[in-house]
Design a protein around this ligand. Sequence first.
Ligand SMILES: [Zn+2]
Length: 215
Amino acid sequence: MNTTNTEERDLERIVTEIVRDVVERSEELTVPVEMSARHVHLTAGDVEALFGKGAELTFKRSLSLPGFLAEERVSIVTAKGSFKNVAVLGPVRGHTQVELSATDAFSLGIRPPVNISGDYTGAEDVYLVGPRGMICAENSAIIAQAHIHMSPEEAVQMGFANRDIVKAELLGTRTLTMNNVMVRVDPGMHAMMHIDMDEANASGYEGVKKAVIRK
Ligand SMILES: [Zn+2]
């Protein structure tokens, strides 16, 4: 038996496997990932109720996708707990929406559903407190379902349609495969996955901020 030949064959096999793995990886669909901490979207009426008659949201900085972070902040209050200094995102919307992580919801003692933004089925009520008033934001609190934004052009390139459900491998120190991630195709958007703080922490995505998408 010739040991060298056996070793060479082993090496050849290993090299072939590595090359195949590299080729497969390079063909994978990768998108950037952003974490959304707890935040609130408000109606124009609720902005006035919280910040005073005639008040409008003040632009602080742009977000990476259309929309902005406002200077204004609110508190979220329930019978069990509260969060102060919560970010408000503009522009105003047709329905006030409070986006929490499951851990936030636990602290507040509520059980919001995991919904796509804009779906208020089963959404929880919370109180919102601003410097000039307080409201009960009924049917407003949800845990945002992880989703991937993309433009119609990117959707065609990557072979996705609006509301497709995909798997996403969140690359990080504790790489995590997520199921039930929704593709959201809108003009003016670009490829970007949005996850909440629980999902970000579970994957250890800091420093990588990328996900591999699988159909
Ligand atoms: Zn999003």
